[in-house]
Design a protein. Structure first.
Length: 249
């Protein structure tokens, strides 16, 4: 096979691109699982860098980071945890920014079960799933909503708690709960609402869910991580984030 000078040059450029490619080890809040997967795919196509993501509750990630877990960046489900991480010297406070503002919904797999105003919460049902408020910011928002409605104390015997917002949705999806407070992004697929019924909780019933990202002091590939943080602020990532129902500052 004959190689032209132009072909050789293109091949060398491609080889250099692959050699320079790095990996970002990201701890990602469970509610942002699918959006970050799509962002990571586009990020790799555009830069060559890959993202190795772990998903879970923000509270658990905080404990793991304090114990030396090998992450480069945290994409939290709140702004208080990244703030604490920066103040405790576990992350670069100057790198912190809000990448999304979440929305809470009450969701049931059963069509027509959850009404447009959430009145089902005052009616007859067996179990309501929420994320553990000690671990997950969306659980805090769920508790705040129930407190605002004057229902928190009265529903204690019917509340089941998930360790993360993903597990919380699984309770409702598998029938272990009649409905669940989850992130709006979890009820959207390809820009359309998934099967079931839901109530988008009015914003005045809970404090804003500002989701912040921060670079951690345990960062290994600073170049790839910096590129990823910059990419999260770019037009392509923002379009994906908005498509899952999130707002931006």
């Amino acid at each position: 096979m004959k190689f032209t000078p132009l072909g050789c040059l293109a091949g060398l450029c491609l080889l250099a691109f692959r050699v320079d490619a790095g990996e970002v080890r990201a701890a990602v809040a469970a509610n942002f699982t699918v959006p970050v997967q799509k962002i990571a795919e586009q990020f790799q196509a555009d830069t060559g860098h890959s993202v190795k993501a772990s998903y879970g509750s923000t509270g658990k990630f905080y404990s793991q980071i304090r114990n030396g877990a090998p992450f480069d960046v945290l994409l939290a489900a709140d702004d208080t945890t990244p703030d604490r991480i920066g103040k405790e010297g576990l992350g670069d406070a100057a790198s912190r920014f809000t990448y999304a503002i979440g929305k809470l919904v009450l969701w049931s797999k059963k069509p027509g079960y959850v009404d447009a105003r959430g009145e089902i919460l005052r009616g007859k049902f067996d179990k309501l799933a929420i994320a553990n408020p000690r671990l997950a910011p969306y659980g805090v928002a769920a508790q705040e909503t129930l407190e605002s409605l004057g229902l928190w104390s009265g529903l204690q015997g019917r509340i089941v708690m998930g360790e993360s917002i993903s597990q919380t949705q699984q309770f409702a999806d598998t029938g272990n709960a009649d409905m669940a407070f989850v992130a709006l992004s979890q009820t959207l697929k390809d820009g359309k609402t998934i099967e079931g019924s839901q109530w988008v909780v009015p914003r005045h019933l809970y404090n804003p869910i500002r989701q912040d990202a921060i670079v951690l002091t345990s960062v290994q590939d600073s170049e790839a991580t910096e590129a990823f943080m910059k990419y999260l602020k770019g037009a392509k990532a923002i379009a994906i984030i908005r498509s899952f129902g999130y707002d931006l500052p």
